[in-house]
Design a protein. Structure first.
Lengths: 432, 239
C-alpha cells in the first residue's frame, strides 16, 4: 500500500499557521556547534539522506476548506547560509516552502522549525539524526548507540506521525479553568524582522552545588531565580511602573508528555504548566520560591492532571462549531483568541530540553548544542535551556532591546557563585 | 577571558561591551585573539525589510502598468477621436503626476528627496493646470501655499527625527497640532494678502492658540505617563 502522502496538523500545531506573523514566527531553533567549519556540500548530502527517514517533515503546508494540512513533496529542502536574524518568519504557506530550514555559519548548524509541525523534543531527534549523518558523510563515522537519533534504515512507524493528543484524550473528565491574565514586560518592541538572543553558559557542576543545597532540580532553581529576577526588576521601577507591574507574574513551563504518555510522535506533544506568583502579596525569597515551584510541579505534573489539559485541548478542537468554521474565518479569529486567552496568560516562558546526549562516536566533534525560543510579540523575553556535556545553556530570545530582566537573572546566578559566560547576537558599537 | 566588572559575567574576546548592561569591556591584549576566533552570529540582515521592499516593488510595477495602459488609451482617444475641450489635457497631467507620486510614495528615494520631489511635482502640476484654464492662481495661491506646506513638512520631519528618542511616538499628536497651527497661519496669510493686500489674521489665530494649548497639554500628559501606559496606547492605536 502506498504510504500516506498528506498529514493532518496535530492538536497543538493547528493553531500555529493561523497565528504566525512577522513578529510571531512560531519558529524555534536548535543549534549545534562543531569543532570544525561546516562543509555545506556534505551538510546538503546529509540532509538529503536524513529527510528520507522523516517523510512527515518533507512537506508543504496547504489550505483545506476547514483546516490546514501538510502535503508530501518530491523536492528536497536545501541548506542555506545564515544571513538573517534567527528564528525568522517562515513563509511556509507559500508554495514550495518547507516548515523548517537548515542553516550553517562558521562552525554552526542551525535547525529552525515551525511549531506547527514539531516540538523541541522531536526537533532534537531530527538534529541528532542530521548530525549523525553529517559525520557519516564527512568522515565515515558509524554510530552504535544513536542516543535518540533515528537509524535511516529503520522502517517508519505510523506512531511517528500520530496526533498523540487524540490518542490520550479522555472525553469524560473535567477540564481545567482558563488562565487568568498575567502582567507583561512593558518594554518597547524592536522593529519587525529583528530578534535577539542572550545565552548564558555555565558549568553543570556549579548548578549541582546549589541544587544539592536546596534539594531541587535545575528547572526548579532556574524558575525560582527567574521569578526573583522579575521581582528585582519590578522593585527597581518608579512608582508608576511598579503600579503597572504589581500583579500576577506567570511563567509558562511547557512539559514533554512522552514520559507520562508513551508515544513515538514526531509532532507536538506537550502542554504548558503555569506556576505563578503575585507581587502584591509581598517580597519572595529564593527558598520560598524553590519550595513553591517544587510543590507546584509535584501537584501538577502527573498523568491525572495532565489528562485534563489534553482533554481540554482536544475537546476545543473537536467541537463541531469550531470544525465547521471555514479556514479563512478561522485565520481571523484564532490570532485574536490566542492573544486574549493564550499569551495574555503568562509573563514569560521557560522551555527545558534537559540533558542532551549524542552518540559517543561524534561527541568529540560537537562542542555545544543550544536551544532557542520562538519570538513573541506579547511575551517579549522568553527562555530556553538545555545541558550538553559539562555545560548548561540558558538562552533568552527577545523582541525587545531592553536587557533588564536578563541582567537581573544572570546577576542573581553570579551572586550564588555560578560562573557565567554570555554570548549574544547584539550588535556591538561600530557594527552595522 | 574578559568579563564585565558590573555583571561579573564572562564574555568572548571579540566582545567590546557587556551584552547585558552595555558596560565597556576593557580592551586588554585582544588583538591576536580576534583574528583566530570565529563569530557565533553573522551580521544579520532584516528579512522583513527585504520582504517589504519586494512587495512594494511588485505593487509599484502593477500601478505603473495600469497608468501606462491608461496613457495609451488616452492617446488613442486623443488622436483617433479628438475630443474638444481640455478634459484629455487634465487626464494626461493627472496620470503623469500619479506616475511620479507613486514612485515617490513607494520610498525608492530617501525621505528628504521624497518630500522635495513631491513639492516640485505639485508645483509643476499646478503650473500646467493653471496654464490650461488660463488662470493666474499658480503665482498668487498655489506656489506660496506649496512653499508653506513644504516648510511645515520639513520642520515636522526634522523635529520628529531629532526629538527625544524615547516615547517619540507619543509626541506625534503634539507635533501635528503645532504644525497644524503654523499651517493655518500660513494659509490665512496668503489668502488675506491676495484679497486685502495685507496680512490680516482672524480664524487662524484662534485655531493656532487652541492647537498650541492642546499640544502643550498633551506634552505634559505624555511626560507623566509611565512606559507601560505609553506601550498600551501604542498597542491600541498603532497604524
Amino acid at each position: 500500500m502506498e504510504r500516506q502522502n498528506w498529514y493532518k496538523l496535530d492538536n497543538a500545531g493547528k493553531l500555529y499557521p493561523s497565528i504566525a506573523s512577522t513578529r510571531r514566527s512560531t519558529v524555534f531553533r536548535l543549534s549545534a556547534k562543531l569543532t570544525k567549519t561546516i562543509n555545506p556540500e556534505i551538510l546538503q548530502k546529509a540532509l538529503d539522506q536524513t529527510i528520507k527517514r522523516f517523510p512527515y517533515y518533507k512537506v508543504n503546508l496547504k489550505r483545506g476548506l476547514f483546516w490546514y494540512y501538510f502535503e508530501g513533496v518530491k523536492s528536497n529542502p536545501k541548506v542555506q547560509p545564515e544571513t538573517y536574524y534567527p528564528c525568522m518568519f517562515l513563509n511556509f504557506r507559500k508554495k514550495g516552502t518547507f516548515p523548517f530550514r537548515v542553516l550553517y555559519y562558521n562552525q554552526y548548524i542551525h535547525f529552525e522549525i515551525s511549531h506547527s509541525i514539531a516540538d523541541g523534543n522531536s526537533g532534537l531527534i531530527f538534529l541528532k539524526t542530521l548530525l549523525i549523518q553529517y559525520f557519516n558523510e564527512l568522515d565515515n563515522i558509524d554510530c552504535d548507540n544513536l542516543q535518540g537519533g533515528f537509524n535511516l534504515l529503520d522502517d517508519i512507524d505510523e506512531e511517528e506521525y500520530e496526533d498523540a493528543f487524540r490518542r490520550y484524550c479522555k472525553r469524560d473528565i473535567p477540564t481545567p479553568k482558563n488562565l487568568q491574565s498575567a502582567k507583561h514586560f512593558p518594554f518597547e518592541l524592536m522593529e519587525k524582522g529583528r530578534y535577539l538572543f542572550i545565552t548564558g553558559i555555565s558549568e553543570v557542576s556549579d548548578f549541582k552545588i546549589i541544587t544539592k543545597q536546596y534539594n531541587c532540580s535545575v528547572t526548579h532553581l532556574v524558575t525560582a531565580v527567574y521569578f526573583l529576577a522579575i521581582q528585582d526588576y519590578v522593585n527597581a521601577l518608579d512608582k508608576y511602573g511598579k503600579k503597572n507591574m504589581q500583579g500576577r507574574i506567570v511563567i509558562n513551563l511547557p512539559v514533554d508528555l512522552r514520559q507520562l504518555f508513551p508515544s513515538k510522535t514526531m509532532k507536538n506533544f506537550f502542554v504548558s504548566l503555569t506556576p505563578a506568583i503575585d507581587l502584591r502579596l509581598g517580597e519572595y525569597e529564593l527558598e520560598e520560591l524553590i519550595n513553591y515551584v517544587k510543590g507546584y510541579m509535584q501537584l501538577e505534573y502527573n498523568s491525572k492532571h495532565i489528562s485534563q489539559f489534553i482533554s481540554k485541548n482536544v475537546k476545543n478542537e473537536r467541537m463541531m462549531m469550531v470544525r465547521i468554521i471555514p479556514l479563512w474565518l478561522k485565520n481571523r479569529i484564532i490570532p485574536y483568541l490566542y492573544n486574549k486567552y493564550g499569551e495574555k496568560g503568562y509573563t514569560s516562558s521557560i522551555s527545558n530540553l534537559g540533558f542532551i546526549k549524542l552518540p559517543e562516536e561524534i561527541n568529540p566533534y560537537v562542542e555545544a548544542i543550544e536551544f532557542f525560543p520562538a519570538p513573541s510579540e506579547i511575551s517579549k523575553s522568553k527562555m530556553c535551556m538545555n545541558a550538553y556535556k559539562d555545560h548548561i545553556y540558558i538562552s533568552f530570545g527577545k523582541t525587545t532591546q531592553n536587557t533588564e530582566i536578563e541582567t537581573c537573572f544572570f546577576r542573581r546566578l553570579r551572586k550564588m557563585g555560578i560562573n557565567i559566560k554570555i554570548e549574544s547576537n547584539y550588535e556591538q558599537k561600530g557594527e552595522n | 577571558m574578559p568579563y564585565c566588572p558590573k555583571c561579573g559575567v564572562e564574555v568572548d574576546d571579540i566582545i567590546t561591551e557587556c551584552p547585558l548592561c552595555k558596560f565597556p569591556i576593557p580592551n586588554v591584549g585582544r588583538e591576536e585573539i580576534k583574528e583566530s576566533l570565529q563569530a557565533k552570529y553573522p551580521v544579520a540582515n532584516n528579512i522583513y525589510l527585504e520582504h517589504k521592499q519586494k512587495i512594494k516593488s511588485q505593487i509599484f510595477f502593477v500601478i505603473i502598468v495600469i497608468l501606462i495602459s491608461a496613457l495609451v488609451v488616452l492617446s488613442v482617444v486623443e488622436f483617433v477621436y479628438p475630443v474638444k475641450g481640455t478634459i484629455t489635457s487634465y487626464l494626461f497631467i493627472v496620470l503623469l503626476s500619479l506616475f511620479i507620486y507613486s514612485f515617490l510614495v513607494f520610498g525608492f528615494l530617501n525621505r528628504g528627496l521624497t518630500i522635495l520631489g513631491m513639492t516640485l511635482t505639485t508645483m509643476v502640476i499646478t503650473f500646467f493646470l493653471s496654464k490650461i484654464n488660463d488662470g493666474n492662481w499658480f503665482k498668487t495661491y498655489a506656489l506660496p501655499l506649496i512653499i508653506v506646506v513644504y516648510i511645515n513638512v520639513v520642520a515636522f520631519d526634522y523635529i520628529y527625527r531629532h526629538s527625544k528618542k524615547k516615547n517619540r511616538f507619543g509626541y506625534l499628536p503634539a507635533f501635528s497640532l503645532l504644525i497644524c497651527s503654523s499651517l493655518c497661519l500660513g494659509i490665512e496669510s496668503i489668502i488675506s494678502l491676495n484679497i486685502y493686500g495685507v496680512i490680516h489674521l482672524t480664524w487662524s489665530l484662534i485655531v493656532s492658540v487652541t492647537c498650541i494649548l492642546v499640544a502643550y497639554l498633551l506634552h505634559i500628559i505624555i511626560n507623566n505617563l509611565s512606559d507601560m501606559s505609553i506601550e498600551r496606547i501604542k498597542r491600541k492605536f498603532h497604524l
